[in-house]
Design a protein around this ligand. Sequence first.
Ligand code: AHM
Ligand code: MG
Length: 342
Amino acid sequence: MSFNNKKLITLDEFTIRQTRQFPNATGELSALLRDLSLACKMINKQVNKAGLVDIIGKYGATNIQGEEQMKLDIFSDEMLINVLRNSSECAGIASEENDDFVAFDDEYSVNSKYVVLFDPLDGSSNIDVNAPIGTIFSVYRRVSPLGQPCTLEDFQQPGTRQMAAGYIIYGSSTMLVYATKLGVNGFTLEPSIGEFCLSHPEMKCKENGKIYSLNQGNTCKLADSTKAFLEYCMQDDKENGLPLSHRYIGSMVADLHRTLIKGGIFMYPADKKNRNGKLRLMYECNPMAFIVEAAGGLASTGTQRILEVQPTELHQRVPIYIGSRNLVSKALEFVSATSELV
Ligand code: AHM
Ligand code: MG
């Protein structure tokens, strides 16, 4: 397809080309990504209407036709579940919005190889202020036998076993970034044709960065070792590229997208109140760690590589330090003694 004489590579075309590199590949993962992107285009459409609350009524309220307006995070969750239920490539899902996983039990789904975990609308508290929000997803190959509904152990696999992970950012433009072991690529939604087109090929996370990102209002609750790292970031030391700038949107997808593109470190550390931090291992930290590592960066809990954490519950939380390799390594020099936390 060409547009203004420039060759456009759509997400579909790109994944099909990638699949051709593997003679035994079946194209099932490409089909799954297409289904995920379809759900996210529908979510994008609803998210774009969020500013029209005075005209169409606030989400969660009843609109002028007497219909209930579904809250955007619930809408996004249902949209992803419905699309993936109808996909012949997905055996089941687990979502940040639901207590338990859902095993699809129709004849196609029980024979599907993959399960998908997702945070349907991350950073949803930012909807009211028109700041970027996103969807995060993670794909695993199931370990239970085909022909039967998938089981909990298909979902509770360490992040190293992800086959693909990605996010969609609903921002000034809508972008889908996804990673496989082959690398990380970014696609921007071209609204006039409704297709995600390759815009950021082979994304790499810079080794160094000039930005640190966390909710600095939590500083009083942090361990002394984490506070010492923040002091380091704020030092007046030009020769070593310090002080760093501070940026925090409060929407993990947006903060991580900036970190991936510009370099830097994003953190949600453990603190006195939240001893495991705030962010969820399966829906937020693992997929982001997979993407950032595939782009050359690092992701750690402070004491362990995120991707090697053995999950014990679907909704478990972990502290996270993620981003540019050298900055994360520097943070770990300070914070690895988490035992002295609080
Ligand atoms: P959510 O999944 O309920 O939206 O919460 C996760 C969000 C992340 O996007 C963001 O990094 C973090 O919560 C912000 O938390 P805080 O407001 O404590 O800084
Ligand atoms: Mg979230």
